[in-house]
Design a protein around this ligand. Structure first.
Ligand code: SF4
Length: 673
């Protein structure tokens, strides 16, 4: 029997596609674009078109299982759910009694961005247990804090409005891999005469089409943005009337930009003064002009200040107040919806552990030591900095690790206990886009594979077994959705729109214009160009530049951008090819490396063995090993994260993947003395 179902993609991607799912004889046979989300009508990415490879993967977890081999071996024996839940309950109780509740660490991230699958009964369980809290900092925190510091949680420019832009700046983002629906919009805008500028160390597909590509050195976005700000003030191109009316902190920002004359910016970024002038001139003159700010600029020591300076540009140059102007970043907060965790309890004042420091936490002197690690919606063995430390931590025999996931990930191989989780097609999910301003409520389209269960169900059951449930609290998907929507003044309107159209938009509408439809969502409705909270938090103060950590021993900058093959590390098991290290032919020649050589990328943290691919799409001095790899994708089982330091960004404790400085040599050759 054949049936067609509407669904929505809740994976960690800005586009939030509506989906149409074809089911035959109880199995998904095809996934195409649905019609509810106006941005994504027409096409979806190859990853989700091929999602059946994930759903029916031989590596899918179908039953609970207990470890039967050494940690990391991936050997397990099937057990019943009853036994699994009993074991988890007993371990949680034992850890709390013997070591204190903070010896329990829940570990989760954005395996799904749904409001039903995360921060619901899971938060209730861990809050009430008094477990350690996790700072989810591996991505987007410096950027989010910078945006909120300057503008509050206001909505940002809808990408469809780029059709009105005269200039589009893509900064630290590669929509061809992440956020593919922007690509045809940019192409259409170019056909209409818009200009495109791309700021990225690599020649991405859109950088190749740009009128101006600025392949800056990784981690130098801050001097670049400050240099342009300085130029705008110096050349009388700052919109002083707008700043006077709508911004605070103008003087402090200008002072911080003062040292960054273009020749100095050029020396730091590796760009030419001519290109910098061209950027500044183009941005000053174009109207409307929009900046699509991504996340590439945050993954380094200066990430928070860099994002703040980039987001200050449209204010300084007066680019708001018109359709197709301003900037685009995350829009998920525009709905004003809070996760259920906001209602179920205040987070206890237990210790907070930065997820980027998991390896250090598991191996170090942290007191009490982490004794139970409960991983869900995440794959820390592949995705965190200092991979060797993380793996050594997961090998600890006195650590009890639960992994609740859909497939046998690199982390699952280290579990003591495996719990099989449903995918978004096997459960209901309420999800907000963080690019497209859409809220969607998608029902399950097929029954769970094997004995897979949903997050909210399993955590509610654990609450019951531990005596942490309270009468009448929402536990089912329906009750959780009602509680989340019901807590918002627009909840009824959201519900009505979801029922009638399958999609709801924020109260501001689908594509609102800042400074026309609303003012900044800060307390005084002003832009805070020198936000005090950011200045206080920033390691050396807001807009302070920390220099490149390269050394003569490790002169190459390693970056690990996303590809179109995975969503973060999710779907990695469907990526069959070996990964490669991309490097500029000049760097290769200097090291006697030719295309296809097995090479060793190394620094004091570890080494990664991969094949070299020579390419002029990376600038000299920069090498690329992609994000999202699993251990199987390299020749020695280490990913680029084996080389990433666990240092933190200036604001928000973000990961500094792009601060990895390395050397590369042909595999099998001796290190230079
Ligand atoms: S990952 Fe992104 S592009 Fe792909 S289906 Fe999901 S929302 Fe759409």
């Amino acid at each position: 029997m054949l049936s067609r179902h509407s669904s929505a993609c809740p994976l960690d991607c800005p586009d939030a596609c509506s989906l149409e799912v074809r089911v035959e004889e109880g199995k998904v046979t095809r996934i195409d674009a649905g019609t509810a989300n106006p941005l994504t009508e027409g096409f979806i990415c190859a990853k989700v078109r091929r999602f059946t490879e994930h759903l029916y993967s031989p590596e899918r977890l179908l039953y609970p299982a207990a470890r039967s081999g050494r940690k990391g071996s991936g050997q397990f024996q099937r057990i019943s759910w009853e036994e699994a839940l009993e074991r988890v309950t007993a371990r949680l109780k034992e850890a709390a009694q013997q070591w204190g509740s903070e010896s329990i660490l829940p570990f989760s991230y954005g395996g799904s961005n749904g409001l039903i699958s995360q921060d619901t009964t899971d938060a209730r369980l861990f809050f009430r247990l008094g477990a350690s809290r996790l700072a989810r900092t591996v991505c987007s925190v410096p950027t989010r804090l910078a945006a909120e510091g300057l503008y509050g949680r206001m909505p940002t420019t809808a990408v469809e409005d780029y059709l009105h832009s005269q200039l589009i700046v893509l900064w630290g983002v590669n929509p061809s891999a992440t956020g593919i629906h922007l690509v045809p919009i940019v192409q259409q805008a170019l056909q209409r005469g818009a200009k495109l500028i791309v700021v990225d160390p690599r020649t991405t597909p859109l950088a190749a089409r740009a009128q101006l590509h600025l392949p800056l050195r990784p981690g130098t976005d801050l001097p670049l943005a400050l240099g342009i700000i300085r130029w705008l003030f110096e050349h009388g191109k700052a919109d002083l009337a707008f700043l006077n009316e709508h911004a605070t902190g103008v003087r402090q920002l200008r002072e911080r930009s003062e040292p960054w004359e273009l020749p100095k910016v050029a020396a730091e970024t590796g760009l030419s003064v001519e290109d910098l002038e061209s950027f500044a001139q183009s941005y000053a003159e174009a109207h409307p002009a929009v900046i699509r700010c991504g996340w590439g600029q945050e993954r380094n020591r200066n990430g928070g200040s860099a994002t703040a300076a980039i987001l200050a540009l449209p204010a300084v140059a007066g680019k708001f107040g018109v359709r197709g102007g301003g900037y685009t970043l995350s829009n998920s907060r525009a709905f004003g919806l809070n996760p259920l965790s906001a209602a179920c309890a205040d987070p206890p004042a237990t210790r907070e552990i930065n997820m980027n420091l998991l390896g250090e936490t598991l191996l170090g002197e942290t007191q009490p030591p982490v004794k139970v690690l409960f991983v869900y919606n995440a794959n820390p063995a592949s995705t965190l900095p200092c991979q060797e430390k993380v793996l050594s931590g997961l090998e600890r025999e006195d650590l009890f690790t639960v992994v609740f996931d859909q497939v046998m990930t690199d982390t699952a191989a280290y579990a003591d206990l495996l719990l099989p989780a449903t995918t978004f097609l096997e459960r209901r999910e309420l999800s907000r886009g963080y690019g497209a301003m859409v809220l969607q409520d998608a029902a399950a389209v097929i029954p769970p594979a094997g004995e897979a269960r949903s997050n909210h169900e399993v955590f509610a059951e654990l609450c019951r077994r531990l005596g942490l449930s309270r009468e009448g609290e929402p536990e089912t998907d329906e009750a959780i959705a009602q509680a989340i929507l019901g807590a918002h003044p627009q909840g009824n309107a959201y519900r009505k729109a979801l029922l009638e159209r399958g999609v709801a938009h924020p109260p501001t509408g689908y594509a609102p214009i800042a400074f026309v439809d609303f003012l900044p969502w800060t307390a005084d409705q002003k832009i805070h160009l020198f936000a005090e909270e950011l200045h206080r938090e920033a390691r050396h103060g807001l807009y302070f530049y920390e220099a490149d950590p390269a050394s003569p021993r490790y002169p190459l900058s390693l970056i690990s951008p996303a590809t179109g093959n995975t969503v973060s590390s999710m779907l990695g098991q469907t990526w069959k090819r070996e990964a490669s290290l991309e490097m500029h032919p000049d760097d290769a020649r200097a090291r006697g490396i030719v295309d296809g050589d097995a090479v060793l990328a190394f620094n004091e943290l570890g080494e990664v063995e991969v094949k070299a691919r020579l390419s002029t799409s990376v600038r000299p001095g920069v090498v690329v090993i992609p994000k999202g790899l699993w251990r199987r994708h390299t020749l020695n089982g280490a990913t680029s994260n084996a080389l990433s330091p666990d240092t933190l960004s200036d604001i928000g404790g973000g990961a500094c993947f792009n601060d990895a400085r390395i050397e590369v040599r042909r595999a099998g050759t001796a290190p230079a003395s």
